[in-house]
Design a protein around this ligand. Structure first.
Ligand SMILES: [Zn+2]
Ligand SMILES: [Zn+2]
Ligand SMILES: [Zn+2]
Ligand SMILES: [Zn+2]
Length: 368
């Protein structure tokens, strides 16, 4: 059950009174307002910044679900009554549940890192509202404010890319999102104290040959680069803790020699900086695939439960990579019913009966 129900009610009643405004746009606008305040008040009113930031995330996920159908925001969609919903009388779901529904109903996967940070942010909000929270007392130490800023740095990193990928009506607010991004980035400067503490060690490690890159979150050059394979790179920031994973491809155009970098888990476009060549799924699969298959044999069918990609997964050294959403996993499971492999759907322990994300198992067979 959603603890911030009343905020949602306020929103929805304005919607009905307002008449012409589309409910979903009102929610997005409200969420943007909460984000704006969260960014502006982080130093002066950390308590409200925590609450506003968490509320904004929750509202954005509700808006995203409403884009599919309004009943998805209600706790029990089958019992949803539209009038009750627009009057704010329906129980609505938490961010956690919204993320789950987004996956199960809309086939859209939110990366694990993002899920974890959104969860931490909502738990922190609940602590602020219901209990004592160190960062909100008058004697809050700089390090405690830093912890809040760090959390928002990671939260905003993930939220922004989701908002930019959700299309209409979110795309109508590109300018507002950019303005909030600017405000948020100003806050990351407060993380400089952490950067200064880390710097001597970073310099020492650089001398040992460790490479550091600019962090995509806090922007400090504190992200340690490590190679999982010749094509998969991991970045881990020592200031804000952001982990980013990239896949690097050589441009397939003759004589180009350019490198194409794509972010894992997000299914971003891979465009060559030198010649603008855009990688297609076939080229991605071909470049990554390291599986040795006997002559005349077909490789095992491998699916992706993250994006519901059918036969979209290839083996790449010790990893399995989805050529559609670029999820990288070190484990893969076999479905005992359809005999196809799958990443992102757990261990498929009872799959003979229940099936996998791509088949209904024996249970489905028996039903027919
Ligand atoms: Zn960082
Ligand atoms: Zn190129
Ligand atoms: Zn996938
Ligand atoms: Zn199956």
């Amino acid at each position: 059950m959603n603890r911030q129900k009343d905020l949602f009610i306020v929103d929805m009643t304005t919607v009905t009174k307002g008449g012409s405004e589309k409910p979903i746009r009102r929610i997005v606008e409200s969420a943007l307002d909460f984000l704006d305040r969260a960014a502006k008040e982080i130093k002066t009113h950390p308590k409200y910044s925590i609450i506003n930031f968490a509320t904004a995330i929750e509202l954005m996920f509700k808006a995203r679900l409403m884009k599919e159908h309004w009943t998805l925001v209600v706790e029990h969609p089958s019992k949803a009554i539209q009038k009750d919903f627009y009057e704010g009388k329906s129980r609505t779901i938490s961010t956690d549940e919204a993320i789950l529904r987004l996956r199960n109903v809309c086939g859209e996967n939110v990366p694990d890192d993002a899920k974890l940070i959104f969860k931490a942010i909502s738990e922190n909000r609940n602590r602020v509202i219901h209990f004592f929270h160190e960062a909100v007392t008058k004697r809050a130490k700089p390090s405690q404010i830093e912890a809040v800023i760090k959390e928002q740095c990671l939260g905003w990193y993930h939220l922004e890319r989701l908002l930019r990928s959700w299309g209409k009506p979110f795309s109508k607010y590109d300018a507002e999102i950019t303005a909030i991004d600017k405000l948020m980035r100003q806050n990351w400067q407060y993380l400089k104290a952490i950067y200064d503490t880390e710097l001597p060690k970073i310099i020492e490690d650089q001398k040992k040959g460790i490479v550091f890159a600019d962090c995509g979150g806090c922007q400090f050059k504190a992200s340690e680069v490590s190679n999982l394979t010749d094509m998969i790179l991991d970045h881990k920031c020592r200031v804000c803790g952001l982990g980013q994973r990239y896949l690097e491809f050589k441009c397939p155009e003759d004589d180009c020699g350019g490198t194409i970098r794509m972010e894992a888990d997000h299914g971003t476009k891979g465009v060559c900086e030198k010649c603008d060549h855009e990688l297609d799924q076939g080229e991605i699969g071909e470049a990554l695939d390291t599986e040795m298959v006997d002559h005349g044999m077909m490789p095992d069918a491998k699916n992706c439960a993250f994006c519901m990609g059918y036969h979209s997964v290839v083996q790449h050294h010790d990893y399995f990579v989805c050529t559609e959403c670029l999820s990288v996993e070190s484990d893969i499971s076999l479905c005992d019913w359809c005999n196809e492999y799958q990443i992102g759907g757990g261990d498929l322990e009872h799959s003979h009966y229940t099936g996998c994300e791509f088949c209904d198992g024996k249970a489905g067979w028996d039903k027919d």
